[in-house]
Design a protein around this ligand. Sequence first.
Ligand code: PEP
Ligand code: MN
Length: 338
Amino acid sequence: MIIVLKPGASQEQLDHIVSKVHELGLKTMISQGVERTIIGVIGEEDILRITPLEVFPGVEKVLPVLKPYKLVSREFKPESTVVAVKGVRIGSRSIQIAAGPCAVENREMLFATAKAVKAAGAGMIRGGAFKPRTSPYTFQGLGEEGLKYLREVSDATGMPAVTECMDPRDVALVESYADIIQVGARNMQNITLLRELGQVKKPILLKRGMMSTVKELLMSAEYILSNGNFNVILCERGIRTFEDATRNTLDLSMVPLVKRLSHLPVFVDPSHGTGVRELIEPMSIAAIAAGADGLIIEVHINPEAALSDGAQSLTPDEFARLMKGLAPVAKAVGRELQ
Ligand code: PEP
Ligand code: MN
């Protein structure tokens, strides 16, 4: 249930309603918009049906939120959320691009790749230190050593670092190095991890599970928001279908859909979404045209030698070409490239 206050409702009126809702044993989350304040009520709301909150001073209307997700919904927060991290504003008019290797393999390759993607116009560096590999016999990532290189390269280039955390026990460690903590597709419904990430201060990039619906993605985001962290970026990275010509089926229709359903920024990962190097550029263009707030793209200084996902990694030259092609598309949809 959400309580919409009248424009100009006072702080005293807000405090009074909030304390009344708390007395009833329910939790509140406040969304302070430009025009209006909205109070989201979480918990067993049935009790509110017999408590006429409409009559409280300052209340304009009380609306049931019929969707199972509440805090992530546009009803709760009509204005789009902008996630700000070290000068990068995700979800604003400017489109943000994170690029870098699938995995941090060593210090030299990370620095070389970071330099190249920055020169091409990327605003953030990506790279996995904990890799959720399908096979236990493949490269699993450098762990904390990889996080250290990421921190170093981020400080040297000024690009915020995005990296994955797979385990609730590693949250504090990853938070101490990363600027944005990624939840990978395989962990989208790791509820313990989501709850833990609700309590950190850093933004979360939440990837859609490969077998998850849009509703399930939004419910996973709701776990993070309802535990206190409103800085969540959603990310489409392809879902598994009967089609096997591509690694996954990139569901770009989810972008405009999720932008309607939720106030959270939406990213697209065309690298895992297609798994095919030649498809990254056209799908990046399509994602921006569809309204994505940004992209996360795998780039490797030498894809042939990559320890993971070489087949979908762009060379620095290919990435630079892609960035050139994106700028006019961003302009055409009323945005700008960072
Ligand atoms: C990644 O971005 O490094 C990754 C493993 O992606 P996903 O979780 O989408 O498979
Ligand atoms: Mn990868």
